[in-house]
Design a protein around this ligand. Structure first.
Ligand code: HEM
Ligand code: HEM
Length: 188
């Protein structure tokens, strides 16, 4: 790896406040949308509460998508800090691979949710104020496929997040290389 002591040109020494803010805004948004998604789909029947929670779920999801687009643009124009010193090359590669997949999933998961809503013929009224356009026409053929995609991409993302968080905690607690402190400044 290229990080032999000195910091490569153009790279910050640690994650910047913007990177940290965007990371946790999206992470907590996803925890909320995920938990709400599981809870709301478990409510039997079609009650007003269920419909309200579906709307909230969609609002949170659309907001995550907007912030994720901003985050990806920001990240494409700002280098990440070099990996923690002493990190084996395979771990650095695995972390970079997981990060790329997570960037992809925080965009694709809300898109599949939106497409599923469109295919079901249900409009998304963002924050109860703005009716967003359907991206595709209502379709009984696409509906089950998009629902399946939304659910299973969610589970894929959850699995990667669990490994990602476990790796960060393992580095912090066992290897004591300060990895978690790179995203949680008060742990530094
Ligand atoms: C990152 C953002 C999102 C996350 C983490 C997320 C997560 C989830 C989860 C965990 C479920 C429950 C899946 C299950 O049945 O096991 C779900 C269902 C659902 N989501 Fe999302 N979602 C997101 C964004 C969206 C968006 C943007 C929309 C639409 C605009 C949407 C529409 C739906 C709908 C309609 C369902 C119900 C599916 C059903 O009928 O069973 N989601 N979501
Ligand atoms: C939905 C939840 C999450 C998503 C989508 C996510 C996504 C990401 C991404 C894309 C990066 C790479 C940042 C970059 O270099 O551009 C990253 C870094 C990081 N994340 Fe997460 N993350 C999530 C949750 C968590 C959790 C729960 C923890 C801790 C328990 C965590 C700890 C970290 C740490 C420590 C880094 C920096 C890794 C390093 O220094 O190489 N993340 N995360």
């Amino acid at each position: 790896m290229s990080s032999k002591g000195s910091i490569p040109a153009g790279r910050p020494a640690g994650y910047t406040a913007t990177a940290i803010g965007l990371h946790w805004l999206i992470a907590f948004g996803i925890f909320a949308a995920f938990g709400l998604g599981l809870y709301m789909t478990g409510i039997p029947g079609l009650t007003p509460t269920k419909l309200k929670l579906f709307s909230w779920h969609k609002w949170i999801g659309v907001t995550i998508f907007i912030v994720a687009v901003l985050r990806v643009i920001w990240r494409a124009t700002h280098a990440a800090p070099p990996v923690a010193p002493g990190t084996p090359a395979w771990q650095a590669k695995a972390a970079a691979g997981a990060h790329h997949l997570l960037y992809l999933l925080i965009l694709i998961v809300p898109i599949t949710g939106y497409l599923y809503s469109s295919s079901a013929g249900v409009p998304v009224v963002y924050l109860g104020l703005w009716k967003l356009p359907p991206l595709i026409e209502a379709s009984d053929t696409l509906k089950p496929i998009l629902k399946f995609a939304h659910i299973w991409l969610n589970y894929l993302m959850a699995a990667i997040v669990v490994v990602h968080a476990a790796a960060a905690i393992k580095h912090q607690v066992i290897d004591r290389d300060g990895t978690l402190g790179r995203m949680i400044p008060f742990l530094r």
